[in-house]
Structures are given as C-alpha cells and as structure tokens.
Design a protein around this ligand. Structure first.
Ligand SMILES: [Zn+2]
Length: 67
C-alpha cells in the first residue's frame, strides 16, 4: 500500500521591473513511498520531496529566476 500523500509544487519567477512574483509552473506531486514511511514525502517521477505539514494537500513553493 502506497502513501499517496499529495502536494502541489508551484514554481514562481520574478516579473521584470516589478517586485511581484508570477506562478509560471504548477506540478502535481504524489508520494510514491510505502504508507507510514519515515521522513519527507517524495515523488520519484518529478524528483521532488516535501515535508508533511499535517494537511491533506501540501503546497510547495519554489522560486526560479531567469530563463
Ligand atoms: Zn509519503
């Protein structure tokens, strides 16, 4: 039985000339570890891991600059 904890990774970037950030990418993550595992959840397919904050759906924010 898999953990199947879910998270949403939101990648933001700066908008040139302003101080605001723009969400440029949104990735749905699903933990592929066994149920009841130790440590952070991990999505091997997307190469991302996240801490369990005790909520059903965790939002993971990451900032990327430039292209
Ligand atoms: Zn998990």
């Amino acid at each position: 039985m898999a953990c199947s904890h879910r998270a949403v990774l939101i990648v933001t970037c700066s908008v040139q000339g302003t101080s605001s950030n723009l969400a440029k990418r949104r990735v749905d993550l699903r933990c592929g570890k066994p149920a009841g595992h130790d440590g952070p959840h991990s999505d091997a397919e997307h190469g991302e891991s996240w801490e369990d904050r005790g909520c059903e759906l965790t939002h993971v924010l990451r900032h990327e600059d430039g292209d």
